[in-house]
Design a protein. Structure first.
Length: 336
């Protein structure tokens, strides 16, 4: 019985010692991982060049204990700062001049709108409608002269006593008339035929003219936009020059960032060490806990086995009392 108790106590004690050693090793691994990660943190460097100076502030995060960049900035050199002040002083006047010049192109927009409306009126009619309107208008212009010409012919016929004279009638429908009237109406027919020929061309020209008005209006709008953009060009150049000066002032800041970022491979390695260290620490701690759990399992198995054997041999209760007396109450630990 004593030997069995000794084996059980030895197993439990060994499990406790293994867990304690595992916890210690895990803590050391975590500390090493944190140190490696700390050493590989990004460290921007304050720089000073002819164009300015950069500043970086690093602090320790109270929650994680790791360093971080809490603020960063740069200061332009006195010469650059003075040049920027001069440029910024010109912004107001340059912008006001650009706005005034751009406003001068505003009438082009109104003219374009008027041309669009006029062009719409021209193309509202089809070429056929425009041709018919042309014929009507031309005949209206000629109507007065034709009436006067006809009146002159009739007066001449009356004075010569040939008012009723008519020749040339046929059975096919041609009416008889005198030579003067025939010549008159033939001339009218020729004029009407010429007007009809011109009307088709006039209708096409009217439609094309309306479309041309739209093109002219669009050209005016393009000229307005181009003029307004050109009006702001000096201001944009001034603003671009100021931005270029600002880039020069940022040069030490960029150099400091590049110098701090040169250790990026080291940062990656540090991060890997940090992750691996914590992983190994977790595994070590888990192994110790597993060993302790195995020892406690052996203890309980042996305890139950001894108690069962003792009961079968008549001394079970006595052996059980010995085991329970060696355990500290409410602790689950052997009382050495």
């Amino acid at each position: 019985m004593g030997k069995a108790v000794g084996n059980i106590i030895g197993a439990v004690t060994g499990g406790n010692a293994a867990e304690k050693a595992a916890n210690t090793a895990a803590a050391q691994q975590r500390a090493a991982a944190e140190s490696a990660s700390y050493a590989s943190q990004f460290r921007p460097v304050g720089m000073t060049t002819r164009f300015g100076t950069s500043q970086f502030t690093r602090e320790i995060d109270p929650k994680t204990g790791m360093p971080y960049v809490s603020s960063a900035g740069y200061t332009a050199s006195p010469e650059l700062a003075a040049l920027q002040d001069r440029l910024f002083g010109q912004f107001g006047g340059s912008l006001a001049g650009a706005e005034a010049q751009a406003a001068q192109y505003a009438p082009l927009g109104g003219a374009a709108t008027g041309l669009f409306g006029l062009g719409q009126q021209y193309i509202a009619e089809t070429p056929e409608q425009a041709a018919q309107n042309y014929i009507t208008s031309q005949q209206g212009l000629l109507a007065g002269g034709r009436e006067q010409q006809l009146s002159g012919i009739r007066n001449k016929l009356y004075q010569t006593g040939r008012t009723g004279l008519a020749t040339g009638g046929t059975s096919t429908g041609l009416q008889a008339t005198n030579p003067e009237m025939a010549a008159y109406y033939n001339a009218l027919a020729q004029q009407d035929a010429q007007i009809a020929a011109q009307a088709e061309q006039a209708g096409q020209q009217r439609t094309m003219f309306g479309a041309g008005l739209f093109g002219t209006g669009a050209g005016l709008l393009g000229a307005q936009e181009q003029g307004q953009v050109g009006a702001y060009s000096p201001f944009q150049n001034l603003l671009g020059l100021s931005g270029t000066i600002e880039q020069y002032a940022q040069q030490p800041y960029q150099l400091g960032m590049q110098l701090g970022g040169a250790a990026l491979p080291g940062q990656t390695a540090g991060a890997n060490i940090y992750n691996q260290g914590f992983g190994q620490a977790a595994q070590t701690q888990y192994a110790g806990a597993a060993q302790k759990a195995a020892a406690q399992g052996q203890f309980m198995s042996a305890l139950i086995g001894s108690a069962s054997g003792g009961m079968g041999g008549g001394g079970g209760m006595s052996n059980w009392s010995k085991f329970t007396n060696m355990m500290t109450p409410n602790s689950g630990q052997i009382n050495m």
